[in-house]
Each structure stands twice: as C-alpha cells, then as structure tokens.
Write a protein that binds this ligand. Structure first.
Ligand SMILES: Cc1ncc(COP(=O)(O)O)c(C=O)c1O
Length: 459
C-alpha cells in the first residue's frame, strides 16, 4: 500500500507541560500600549496574548533538553558540558575553534571588536540590526548586498536571501583593502526570513577566495535554510539536512550564532572559526566580557540544552512542520488580501505595511501603526522591521527603510494551529479598519538600536 497523504500538518509533538495565557480586554490593551509609549518592547509580557515579537529564545524546549539541563556540569573551567556542546557544534560546523557566548550579539561584538574599526567595510546579504550596530559601533560601515529580487516583497523567488555576487565582486575590487571579512546571513532575517541557496554560497565563497577574504556565516536559522535548500534547490532533494548544513559550513571560514533560534536554546550563542590568530584575540576579549573560554557567559546546563537542541533542529519531521506551519499563516493572510513577503519565510511571516497602509508616509512608520493595531485589537505582539528599525542613518539623518514590514515571528514548538487561526482572525479585523489607522512620530529615542526603547506618539 502506498503511503497515505494528509492535508493537515500536525505538530510533531504532544504537550507535556503547559503555561497559562492571560486574557485581556481591548480597553486594557489600549491603556497598556499607551503607557508603553506605543512601543511593543515596553509592554509587560503578561499583557500579551499571542507573542510573535520574536522567535529568539522563546521556543519550547523538549523533554530531552530539560533532561540535558539536569546533566549540566557547572565547573568553572573545563566542564564536560563544554565538550558535549563543542562536539555537537563541530558535528555540523567543523571549525577548529568554538567559542561560547551568552547570545548572538556577544559573538558579533567580540568578532567585530577584533576585525572591525574605522575605515573598514563589512558586506552581508542583509545585516541583522545587532550585526549592523556592532559593526558601526567600531566605526566601520555595514553594507547590504542582497540580490535585486530580495527588495521586492511581492516577487516570488526561491532564494530571495541570495547575495548579489557581482556587487560583492565590485565592492571587493574597489575597497578590498578595507574589507576584513564578508558575512552571509542564513536565512536572511531582515530581508523576510528568505533562504540563501548552496549555489549562491559557493559563488560567494569563490569571489571571497579570489580576493583573499574570509567568509563568515550568521547561522541563526541554518536548519530552516538547509530545509529550503532541500525543498527548492535542484539536485538537493532527498538529502539529509545535516549534510546540507555541513556543505553550507564548508563554504565559510567561520560563523556567528544565536543559539536562541534554530539551536532551540532559551539563551546562548557562539563564535566558531578556523583562524588561530583571530580566535586567540577573540578569546582574550571573551575573558574580558563574557567569561572563561569553556563557558563564555553561559551555565553548563545551557551548553547541554543547546547541544541537545542542535540534534532536534535538523529533524526532518520537525522542519517539515516548522516551514509548512509558517506557510499556513502566510497563505491564510494572502487569501484575506493582506500583502505579505512572498514566499513565506522560515521563522516568520512579514506583512508589507507600506502596501497595506499606503496612506501613512514611511517616516510616520506604517509598520509601527500596524503592529500597535494588532496588539490593541487582539493582544498579538509583532515587530516592526522598517523605518523605526533602520530609518536613522549613521550621520543622524532619517531615510525611509527599503521596506516597511511587520514581522509575525513564530516561536518554535510553542503555539498550536488554533492559536495561529486566532492570529489570522485578528489580522482580518485590523484589515477592515486599515484606512483609519494613524501614523506615529518618535518622541524620545536612544543613540543606537532605537526600536527597543523609543517612545512614540500618534500623529
Ligand atoms: C540574523 C540574526 N543575527 C543575529 C542576531 C542576534 O542574536 P541575539 O539576539 O542572540 O543577540 C539575531 C537575533 O534575532 C538574528 O536574527
């Protein structure tokens, strides 16, 4: 008998312990977001019903991860938990040096503290906000070189996260001496969670080799990227995701990682690389800021949870559910006529707020307006990725961002299909009153990463 096929993509797990959600009224939510200066990061999480602010550190750990936590060894130096962690990392990313950090941005801070500096320039397909901020903090420039198709939200393309190889080559010809290394972010979070093909990674590696440059991967969503490669890239179907990940790693000389994403940790990260001299300088900084080289700002128990999470992240049953359940949300919004980045990303659905709220000028933050409305209407917390996040330039001026997006990020293994059906209904209600939503202006903001703490008022 042939294998029966079913329409419903079920969660490939059952629930083992539960957390209550707190129901709130619209009146309560309007007061809460007003008190928070219309910044969703400033809300109390207890006032949020469905939290799609981020997929970072918000996933549900498995039974086996909690068991691994019990196995954690808290020795200051040389803990066995470090070696379990290091070997799990190296199984997929076989770099010489594995340096644990408390999260991804700590790895970025250390790496660019060593290789960055005034006059330098670091290309990427699209820098994530913390990567850009850490590069710019050293006085270097962060340049985005995603392919042209990556800028068009409505254009379907299988690998919209790909790097523009010709543009990279041109940059390296013109300013090669200023480039300490090239980054590539998989999947491309700021560009809609879009994947990068293996073919593109190999082409980028060739250009880097030709110019004598190292290539580093921002690997936060490596497993989702590998699944997309398996699904979409000619010649890759039927392969084991772990082998595709190893092929991605082989294109690069090192990586930064936030273990709060695909590695299924609630906290953690690492920096891994082959270069002995850079690794030594990074370890020197690590000891100054994070901790000893075998724990780097983490407890032994965290290192073990990540090691176990890495084995779960590459499960085909999990990845099939993960990618298809994100697409389920995107498809439903598309059917309602809500413009979303096409195709759906791996970890998130990105609503095109510029297209949905054309009456709001980019510098009056249509994405912020939509995110506030989703919260007020149904207690759904999302994240603006547009001119609030990227509008302020290095020189202090304001420029509209390339896209005005609202990201609905899906925490791993946390919400069920009925939660997502509720989110779809909330979006439908917001769409009905979209023409009445107001713009916003910033009333106070910090010097860097303003989206985390700026306060807003309605225009
Ligand atoms: C692509 C990418 N790089 C880096 C980071 C930073 O990681 P962390 O939040 O652990 O500092 C993130 C976090 O969202 C990310 O998505």
């Amino acid at each position: 008998m042939s294998e029966p096929v079913f329409r419903t993509v079920i969660e490939p797990f059952r629930i083992h312990s539960v957390e209550p959600l707190r129901m709130t009224t619209a009146e309560h939510r309007r007061a809460a977001i007003h008190a928070a200066g219309y910044n969703l990061f400033s809300l109390h999480a207890q006032d949020v019903l469905i939290d799609l602010l981020t997929d970072s550190g918000t996933g549900a750990m498995s039974r086996d991860q909690w068991a691994a936590i019990q196995h954690g060894d808290e020795s200051y130096a040389g803990s066995p938990s470090f070696f379990i962690f290091r070997d799990a990392v190296r199984d997929l990313f076989p770099y010489q040096h594995v340096i644990p950090t408390h999260q991804g941005r700590a790895a970025e801070k250390i790496l660019f503290g060593v290789v960055g500096g005034p006059g330098k320039v670091v290309p990427n397909n699209t820098h994530f906000d913390t990567t850009r901020a850490n590069i710019e903090f050293t006085g270097a420039d962060a340049v985005d070189l995603v392919i042209e198709e990556g800028h068009d939200p409505a254009l379907p393309h299988p690998f919209k996260g790909n790097m523009d190889v010709a543009a990279l080559d041109a940059l390296l010809r013109g300013r090669g001496a200023d480039v300490p290394l090239v980054m590539i972010t998989v999947t491309n979070n700021s560009g809609g969670g879009q994947p990068v093909s293996l073919e593109n990674m190999r082409a980028v590696r060739e250009v880097c080799r030709a110019h004598g440059k190292k290539l580093f991967m921002d690997a936060c969503r490596f497993a989702e990227n590998a699944w997309f490669i398996r699904q979409r890239e000619p010649g890759q179907s039927g392969r084991d995701v772990a082998d595709i990940v190893r092929d991605m790693a082989a294109c690069c000389d090192g990586m930064t990682m936030s273990a709060k994403k695909d590695p299924m940790g609630n906290i953690g990260g690492w920096l891994a690389l082959d270069d002995d001299d850079i690794a030594q300088e990074c370890r020197n900084l690590l000891i100054l800021t994070e901790g000893f080289v075998t724990y780097g700002g983490l407890a032994g128990r965290d290192l073990e949870a990540i090691a176990q999470g890495l084995t779960e992240a590459i499960s085909h049953d999990y990845l099939r559910y993960r990618i298809e359940s994100t697409a389920y949300l995107a498809d439903a919004l598309g059917k309602l006529g809500i413009p979303c980045i096409k195709p759906a990303g791996g970890h998130a659905v990105y609503i095109d707020a510029r297209a949905m709220l054309p009456h709001i000028e980019p510098l009056e933050f249509p994405g912020q307006s939509l995110a506030v409305a989703l919260y007020e209407t149904g207690g759904v917390r999302s994240c603006e990725i547009g001119s609030v996040m990227f509008g302020r330039q290095h020189d202090g001026s304001e420029q509209p961002a390339a896209m005005e997006l609202v990201r609905l990020a899906i925490p791993r293994r946390t919400y069920t299909q009925s939660h997502i059906d509720y989110v779809i209904e909330v979006c439908e209600q917001v769409l009905a009153s979209a023409a009445d939503l107001p713009g916003y202006r910033i009333v106070s903001e910090p010097p860097a990463l303003r989206h985390f703490s700026a306060r807003f008022a309605r225009v």
